[in-house]
Design a protein around this ligand. Structure first.
Ligand code: PLP
Length: 403
């Protein structure tokens, strides 16, 4: 098996999470909406507990948590739901703001609103580190702005955004602030009160919970976020997301949140030191030559490392790293959004952007894996650099065709 260093794509479900989920597939399989018998009560109690666990992780009230299938759906509900609710007669606002480094699960719903429903969309540029400044957001605001969406941490380069400052700016202007916190929740502390967040998307499978479950935080305390539902039916989740609740998945999300609350800080310290070791080790083995960090040197996730390697082809790098499960800047057939739009938005040149690797560490990453990974990367890069050199000497036509 290759070494798994792709924890921004997804994480292994913690065995303790699986254990917590199992009874809800077999013995306690009730519908949480069944109010007339014990099966329903048990399921409903389990959902209540999970709602508390998720709320506690982000400083919310349980009643502010809406379960969804993941962060993609939470983003869609936040963005389209706000747009739909704001479009009432006499509301006036018609302007949305997001950043250039957002995940496609934010960019695509916003682009659809702009294309099909007449909204104006401003995409705020990032700095070369992938960071969105509060000043850049402020410049984009108009008196018709309804919503701002800026991710808490980027999924490719790990850069953290000043969301507290952006949240307070929006609060002062009476603008709804949404943040996609899929990479942040469970990794570093985030607090919807302190950061003045109105809507926050999270997903279990990015922090050792199961796939297919996430949540949207919808502010009810103080200034209440107004949302229209996208999925109508039985009126579950305060009418915001109908459909029978997937109790085992919700229990898994709750347990993952509880573990993140208890172990997150220690996990973060471990991952940060392993990440720094990976970085140092690769650089040392490559004699500090032609290794470029993508992202912010300090303001970034503890488990992220994104490096570009000069003098190699992105495709060749990817093809020659089969023993490492990492993401590459080179276009590939995966359904994951291509890393390039973020690196491009940061102003990385195309070639260097493609010759990039995204390492994502997790709770289960070991020191041995990191050591081995750095050796594999350094050897592969060295070999490819040598062969590029040779091919340029021996086959000038090939080298030219390559451009
Ligand atoms: C993974 C991810 C998503 C999508 O989450 P799903 O639960 O898979 O839908 C959205 N935004 C960011 C930043 C992510 O990293």
């Amino acid at each position: 098996m290759p070494i798994y260093l792709d924890n921004h794509a997804t994480t292994r479900t913690d065995p303790r999470v699986v254990e917590a989920m199992l009874p809800y597939f077999t013995e306690q399989y009730g519908n949480a909406s069944s109010v007339s018998h014990r099966f329903g009560w048990e399921a409903s109690d389990a959902v209540d507990r999970a709602r508390e666990q998720v709320a506690a992780l982000i400083g919310a009230e349980p009643s502010e948590i809406v379960f969804t299938s993941g962060a993609t759906e939470a983003n869609n509900l936040a963005l389209k739901g706000t747009a739909l609710a704001a479009r009432g007669p006499g509301q006036g606002g018609d302007h949305l703001v997001c950043s250039s480094v957002e995940h496609r699960a934010v960019l695509d719903p916003l682009r659809r609103l702009a294309r099909e429903s007449g909204w104006h969309l401003t995409i705020v540029p990032s700095d070369p580190h992938g960071r969105i400044s509060v000043e850049a957001v402020e410049q984009a605001l108009t008196d018709r702005t309804v919503l701002v969406s800026v991710m808490a941490a980027n999924n490719e380069v790990g850069t953290l955004n000043p969301i507290g400052a952006i949240g307070r700016l929006c609060q002062d202007r009476g603008i709804v602030f949404h943040t996609d916190a899929a990479q942040t929740v469970g990794k570093i502390p985030i607090d919807v009160q302190a950061d003045a967040i109105d809507l926050l998307s999270l997903t279990a499978h990015k922090f050792h919970g199961p796939k297919g479950i996430g949540a949207l935080f919808v502010r009810r305390q103080g200034r209440r976020a107004r949302l229209a539902s996208l999925v109508d039916g039985g009126g579950h989740e305060r009418g915001l997301r109908s459909g029978t609740l997937p109790v085992p998945l919700i229990v898994g999300l709750g347990r993952a949140a509880e573990l993140a609350r208890e172990e997150g800080p220690a996990d973060a310290d471990r991952m940060r030191s392993l990440r720094d070791r990976l970085d140092q080790s690769i650089r040392t083995l490559l004699h500090n030559q032609g290794v470029v960090l993508n992202g912010h040197p300090t303001e970034r996730l503890p488990n992220n490392l994104n490096l570009s390697f000069e003098g190699v082809e992105g495709e060749a790098l990817m093809m020659n790293l089969r023993t490492l499960a990492v993401s590459s800047g080179a276009a590939c057939s995966s359904s994951e959004p291509e890393p390039s739009h973020v690196l491009r938005a940061m102003g990385r040149d195309e070639r260097l952007g493609r010759a990039s690797l995204r390492f994502g560490l997790g709770r289960f990453t070991t020191c041995e894996e990191v050591e081995l990974a750095s050796t594999i990367v350094a050897e592969t890069v060295t070999r490819l650099r040598q062969s590029t050199c040779n091919s340029q000497v021996n086959h000038p036509d090939l080298a030219r065709a390559d451009l």
